[in-house]
Ligand binder design. Structure first.
Ligand code: NDP
Ligand code: GDR
Length: 325
């Protein structure tokens, strides 16, 4: 039986990755931060019915000693570093924390693996945000980076330290440059989930309007359930590497609004209001990934369309709100 250690197990991707790995017979251990509430596994693992199937180990990406302790105890075959302060907008309010967790966190865990001389494979959750002000119409592994937020700068440091430890110490360290991926388990502050939750609230008569920022930004959105498969496939390769994971289709926030509101029989133009508070100091205008390498080398392809995903998210938010009523 293989053992996987996942940092960020309580997040969206941590939950879907746990589901995938448990289905393959892995022992799954998750790094969990101490909180003041008793809810250690969190709502996402519970939503997937996995809260009793994973093991949780106390630790924090900013605390090297806890990482050494957990790694020494679990001796994982694969480490997936998904933990991060992952909300781009917040990274301007908390740039130093974002640097410590999203950037230095990767240094810490790689260093812990190195100090313990573990043979584990390592996955770093890199991001399309690293392309920022894009230097090519479709971004692939050779496109130069141009980060546009403290979050993206931190992710870039984490990406390069992954490459560096691979080259310096022959570690099986891979970096997945994943474009935006969403699901019913997406955090409510991210724009797709904010929209589908808003649609559900308006449909049920709880709100009349939804306030958003820049509707003209475009993103290449896939489904998290599909994207965690690409992470696992990278770890099954004989050689480590960097892979862009994307659908190749770029859609504006406005178009996503149109799709999501339509699913509920609503017109977004009647309900969306612009609030400049949601504009960012520096914007990433348009992302579109070229995942040819992932297709050719990993045999990976996205399976869920944007329309299917938006429908699943709207339905899940309607269910949640009806259940809570
Ligand atoms: P989430 O925000 O849903 O989850 C982040 C996870 O990181 C949570 O489990 C959180 O734990 C954990 N975490 C935060 N701070 C620390 C810390 N100091 N020590 C240990 N763990 C910590 O992110 P996603 O699941 O959406 O994304 C997973 C990873 O992939 C992130 O690194 C993200 O930046 C990256 N990424 C995501 C993309 C996307 O579109 N979703 C695209 C590209 C990259 P807690 O519950 O305790 O807060
Ligand atoms: P992003 O996701 O910044 O791409 O990072 P987010 O959903 O937050 O923003 C996408 C785009 O939507 C615009 N936008 C709004 N965004 C939010 N959150 N709220 C709004 O009201 C709103 N109105 C318009 C934003 O300006 C932006 O252009 C996500 C995260 O998961 C990162 O961790 C990950 O690395 C990248 O995706 C790839």
């Amino acid at each position: 039986m293989k053992t996987a250690l996942i940092t960020g197990i309580s997040g969206q991707d941590g939950a879907y990755l746990s589901q995938l790995l448990l289905g393959k017979g892995y022992r799954v251990v998750g790094l969990a931060r101490r909180t003041s509430t008793a809810d250690r596994a969190g709502e996402r693992l519970r939503w997937l019915g996995l809260e009793h199937d994973v093991e949780l180990a106390d630790g924090d990406l900013t605390d090297l000693s806890s990482l050494i302790r957990v790694l020494a105890k679990t001796s994982p075959d694969e480490v997936y570093n998904l933990g991060a302060q992952s909300f781009v907008a917040l990274s301007w309010q908390q740039p130093i924390l974002t640097g410590e967790v999203t950037g230095m966190g990767a240094f810490n865990i790689l260093e812990a693996i190195r100090l313990l001389e573990l043979k584990t494979k390592f996955y770093q959750a890199s991001s399309s945000e690293m392309f920022g002000m894009v230097q090519a119409p479709a971004q692939n592994e050779t496109t130069p980076f141009y980060p546009r937020s403290p979050y993206a700068v931190a992710k870039l440091a984490a990406h390069w330290i992954t490459v560096n430890y691979r080259e310096s110490f022959s570690m099986h360290a891979s970096s997945g440059i994943l474009f935006n991926h969403e699901s019913p388990l997406r955090g409510i502050e991210f724009v797709t989930r904010k929209i589908t939750n808003g649609v559900a609230r308006i449909k049920l008569g709880l709100n009349e309007y939804l306030e958003l920022g820049n509707l003209d930004a475009a993103r290449d959105w896939g489904h998290a359930r599909d994207y965690v498969k690409a992470m696992w496939l990278m770890m099954q390769q004989d050689l480590p590497g960097d892979y862009v994971v994307a659908t190749g289709r770029s859609v504006t926030i406005r178009e996503f609004c149109d799709i999501a509101f339509r699913h509920a029989g609503l017109d977004y133009r009647d309900h969306v209001r612009i609030n400049p508070a949601f504009f960012r100091p520096a914007e990433v205008d348009c992302l579109k990934g070229d995942a040819t390498k992932a297709r050719d080398k990993l045999g990976w392809l996205p399976e869920t369309t944007l329309e299917e995903m938006a429908l699943e998210m709207v339905e899940a938010d309607l269910q949640r709100l009806k259940h809570a009523a």
